[in-house]
Design a protein around this ligand. Sequence first.
Ligand code: GLN
Length: 195
Amino acid sequence: MPVIGVLALQGDVREHVLALEEAGADAKPVRRLAEIEAVDGLVIPGGESTTLWKLATAFELMDPLSKLIAGGLPAFGSCAGMIMLADRLQDGVHGQQTFGGIDMTVRRNAFGRQVDSFERDITLRDDEYGEPFHAVFIRAPWVERAGPDVDVLAEDNGRIIAVRHGALLATAFHPELTQDRRIHKLFTQIVKGSS
Ligand code: GLN
């Protein structure tokens, strides 16, 4: 069973731990670098990316985590976690940094100008004949631009909202807040395949 850590600096850590366990992983919250180095994959939860960035800086995790991710550590980020995995950020606060890893530009609070939070049934690519996925968006980002090696997994009204880049996965929505485990299962498979 792959061991997947959930970065426990801030955000909906517990929901991801439960979802990962239901998806067949051995999941646990991780905070210190030594704990993160011991897992097969890492989830970066939704929350607030500016807070994640500040806490990761205070815990001296920005640089080591960027390097682990660049070196092949599988990672999945939802919402604020998607922001943290973006190589480029739009509408961040002054000086805001990300771990990076996915060749994409993410626009923070992108939907927020029209509406703060909403739920929508979306279609996951490669699962076109499966059930729609009920997606929860909370002050969500979207992917403004994705590089050529990035697979787009889902779009909403022409906006990219889920991507995969090698062993890295990111969603603008929060699959940990619903009961559908397809995204967590996909990530668990990615982690299994790369360890
Ligand atoms: N808007 C938040 C941010 O910038 C993300 C919101 C979320 O994770 N639900 O980090």
